[in-house]
Ligand binder design. Structure first.
Ligand SMILES: *Cc1c(COP(=O)(O)O)cnc(C)c1O
Length: 458
């Protein structure tokens, strides 16, 4: 394990070599020379990258830093909000203390949250420090709710295959049981119940949607005595495979939850704040869940912050239950700096210009990615809101596609068989064109067997 024992003096080797000697990266082994670029600057939609050999690339960030930097980097309003709060204080504990940034944020989230006539509103906010933690809190709240309602046997969850809800243990337990991390932690992940993934939005027939609804209903009926809640990513499954499904499935989920006494949890960590074309994915179907999680874009990608929002009824039942409290309280709960930036980001969302931005980006992605469908290596191309996906027939060569995209001035992070983009909402038409051209060229250069080469092989 040479990479773990290397003693190198800082300064004598490059930053990337020092990184490789000491750091972990997401879902990565410690001892591998995985490609890495140093970010020297970030401004607007662009990242300035430096490779290990010293070459520099000024690229459009097609990932919005994992879907969070929706307003771009160094946004003057967000920068100013962070600096203002920094001049007051950065952090204080949230036990027994409160502050204006947290109160304002809770009020804003309640104001924005999905609502529908006749549905109880989402009006009680728990601030968490990451998306995964907000999912943990949502699941915990659901179990406590059932316990306080006299149903202590209801401690498991119903979900749909192909989902992703985070990397902590309870969250992993509701991720896809095959493509998630269940195999790595047998015995540690809860024995949850999984319905099939709903049919693909673009090609769903009424019969397929009905068949899915029947299966969901049957599973809920069969296991209702042990189920606390149903949890899904509404409308678009993100890290589980960028799978969009029909909005009417959300109505079905609400009905099934109500019929069988389950709480309905929408994980809007990826879909929230406009990404799918409505403020929240739930708004496409005017369905209000009992519990909602938000994260990722909440601070415009500046700081880690997430929130769990529930109805007054759920909050009240848990609060008068035997535990007498929601049993969670992170050290950095309600971090004022993060809340201040979140308020600034939601202020930008409030002005409504995201809607035109997302629509413009969606149209640009649809027309720009259409030519990719002509490639032999490509199985499908799809867009929803400001999300564009090229699905390959086989696994992506991540390193090669990433490097090729950088040569075309675009930062991508493909996974599995998916080369996708979730650009910042401020991206111009020409930046979207650069992204779609770069994605298509990278796929073509790395994965396309040209007619000439096919001829040689024959
Ligand atoms: C990213 C994501 C999470 C986890 O959020 P973290 O901040 O990475 O912990 C949970 N659910 C969904 C839908 C996500 O996209």
């Amino acid at each position: 394990m040479e990479c773990l024992s290397s003693e190198r003096k800082p300064g004598t080797v490059s930053l990337i070599e020092r990184d490789r000697a000491r750091l972990w990266h997401p879902y990565a082994p410690a001892c591998a020379d995985l490609p890495l670029w140093e970010v020297e600057a970030a401004d607007g939609v662009r990242l300035s990258l430096r490779a290990d050999d010293g070459t520099r690339h000024h690229v459009v960030d097609a990932m919005s830093s994992w879907w969070s930097a929706i307003h771009g980097y160094r946004h003057p309003v967000l920068d100013a909000a962070a600096k203002r709060q920094l001049d007051r204080y950065s952090h204080v504990m949230f036990g027994g203390l409160t502050h204006a940034p947290a109160v304002e944020l809770a009020e804003r989230l309640v104001e924005m949250a999905p609502s529908a006539p006749g549905s109880p509103r989402l009006e009680r906010v728990f601030l968490a420090d990451s998306g995964s933690v907000s999912v943990e809190v949502a699941l915990k709240l659901a179990v406590q709710f059932q316990m306080a309602s006299g149903k202590p046997s209801r401690q498991r969850f119903l979900s749909i295959r192909g989902g992703y809800h985070g990397d902590t243990f309870a969250a992993m337990g509701v991720c896809d049981p095959v493509d998630g991390m269940h195999a790595a932690f047998p015995g540690l992940l809860a024995d949850n119940v999984f319905a099939p993934r709903p049919p693909t939005a673009a090609s769903a027939t009424p019969e397929a949607v009905q068949a899915w609804a029947t299966e969901l209903h049957d599973l809920a009926a069969e296991h209702s005595e042990v189920l606390a809640a149903v949890i899904v990513e509404p409308l678009l499954q993100g890290a589980g495979g960028m799978h969009a499904y029909p909005a009417e499935c959300l109505t079905t989920l609400r009905k099934v939850a109500d019929q069988h006494g389950l709480l309905l949890i929408f994980d809007e960590i990826a879909t929230g704040f406009g990404r799918t074309g409505e403020l929240f994915a739930a708004d496409h179907a005017a369905v209000v869940p009992d519990i909602m999680c938000v994260g990722k874009a909440l601070t415009g990608g500046y700081l880690t912050l997430a929130a769990m929002i529930c109805t007054a009824d759920v909050a009240a039942v848990v609060s008068v239950g035997s535990a007498g409290a929601l049993l969670h309280g992170p050290t950095f709960m309600g971090n004022p700096l993060a809340c201040a930036v979140a308020n600034a980001s939601l202020g930008i969302i409030d002005d409504g210009s995201w809607r035109a931005g997302v629509a413009r980006i969606g149209a640009g992605l649809a027309s720009g990615l259409a030519p990719a469908l002509a490639l032999d290596a490509v199985r499908a191309v799809r867009t929803i809101g400001a999300v564009g996906v090229i699905e390959l027939r086989g696994a992506v060569d991540v390193a090669a596609v990433t490097a090729a995209a950088i040569r075309h001035g675009v930062w991508l992070r493909p996974f599995r068989n998916l080369v996708y983009t979730m650009p910042p909402y401020i991206s111009t038409a020409s930046e979207i064109d650069q992204i779609t051209t770069g994605m298509t060229a990278a796929v073509s250069e790395v994965h396309e067997i040209t007619a000439a080469r096919r001829g040689e092989a024959a």
